[in-house]
Design a protein around this ligand. Sequence first.
Ligand code: EPU
Length: 430
Amino acid sequence: MEKIIVEGGHLLQGTVRVNGAKNSAVALLPAAILADSTVTIDGLPNISDVNTLNSILEDIGAKIVRDSNQKVHIDPSSIVSIPIPNGKVKKLRASYYFMGAMLGKFKRAAIGLPGGCYLGPRPIDQHIKGFEALGAKVTNEKGAIYLHAEKLKGARIYLDVVSVGATINIMLAAVLAEGKTTIENAAKEPEIIDVATLLTNMGAKIKGVGTDIIRIEGVKNLNGCRHTIIPDRIEAGTYVIAAAAQGKEVIIDNVIPEHLESLLAKLREMGVSIEQSDEQLLITTKKNLQSVDIKTLVYPGFPTDLQQPFTSLLTKAEGTSVVTDTIYAARLKHIDELRRMNAKIKVEGGSAIISGPIQLEGALVKASDLRAGASLVIAGLMANGMTEITGVEHIERGYENMTEKLVNLGARIRRETMSDEEVKQLDTKI
Ligand code: EPU
C-alpha cells in the first residue's frame, strides 16, 4: 500500500496535459461488446478503472491488444454471455454498463451489483426501468442482477431522475432493439455524446444526444470502428482548481473549455484570471480570492465531481462560501479531513459552509473516495508543511500519474510505500 506525501507551499508553474475522459472510457469499453468486429479506442487514460474493465472484457472472451498505453483494439467476436463474477465488478461503478451492452447483444446478462465510490445511496432503478420497458425481465438474486429478454423492442422511456448511467445504459440496450426508442429527460453530459458518437460510428442510429430527448432507431447489427475519447473535463477541472489554489501561471492542455463553463465562471467570480483558446486554458491566480457559493447540478451545471476539489480552494477565499451537492448530498467525506488541516467548515442542512481565508496546515488525512482524494492533494499543495494522504488506490481509479504531473508543475509531492505498522493503524482506524 502506498501513501502520498506533499510538502505544501510551492507554487505551480508550467503545462499539464489532460488525458482521455474516465467516465467516457468506462462506457466505451463495454460498448465495444455490441460490435461484430474489432473496435479501436484511442486516448484511454491509464487508470485502474480502465484496467479492471479490460480484464472483465477478457474474462468474457474478448481479445484485447494494447498498442500503446492509450490505444486498445477490442475484438468482441468471441465474447460469450457468461455471468460476470462479483470480484472485479465490485471494484467500480461503471461495471453496470455490462448490463446494457450484454442485454443489447445477447438478450441476456448476469452481473453482480456494481461498486465504486461510496457517495451515499446510488440506486440503479432507472436503468432497470429502461431495460424492463425494452422488454427485459430483470431479477435481483443474492446481490446479482439477471436480465433476460426473448427480444428487445423499442419503447418510450421517461427517466424520473436525470441519470448519466441510466441514459448510457438504455442507449446500449436500445441500439440493437427492434424499432424506435425514445429516452425522455435524458442526461446531457459530454461523455454521453462521446458514447453516442462511438455507437453511431459502429452503425447505430441515434438522434438528439446532448438534448433531453434521445431518439434511437434499432439496427440489426453493429460493426467495429475507431474512436478517440474526448478529454477528461473532471481531470482538467481538478488541475484548473489546483492552479487557482497554488499556481503562478499554469497551462492546462488538451481541454474543451466549453465543457468547463460552470467551473470557469465561478473561478472568474472569485478573481482568478483565465485565458482560453481552443484546447488550452491559462490560469493565473491572484492573492485575494473572493468567496462564492456553488450548487452542483446536472450538466451544464456545476459538476458534482469537482465539488470536493473546489471546497479545498474555497478555504483560501475571503468570506463565507456555501457548497451544496444536489446530486450526491452525502458527498462530504472530505470535510472532516480538511478540518484536520485547519479548515473552518461547518455542515448545516446538507451544505458545507466554509469560512476563509484560512492557512491550511499539513496533517495525516485519508482519501475516502476518488474526488475526496483530489481535494486532499490540492489542500496539501496549499498547506504549511507536510501532508500525508492514504487511500491512494481511490485516486488511481481516476487520475493517471497525478503525482508525476504535479511534480512537473513544480510541486513537491511523492508516493511512498506504507510500513506494516502504518497499514495496521489504517485498518484499525476503519
Ligand atoms: N439515480 C437514481 N436512480 C438511478 C440512477 C441514478 O436515483 O437509477 C440518482 C443518483 O443516486 C444520483 C443522481 O441520480 O443522485 C445522478 O446519478 P447518475 O446516474 O447520473 O450517476 P452515475 O451514472 O452513477 C456518473 C459518474 C459519476 C458522476 C455522476 C454525476 C460514471 C461512471 N460515474 O455516475 O462520476 O458523479 O455521473 O455526474 O460515469 C466520479 O467520476 O468521481 C464519479 C462518481
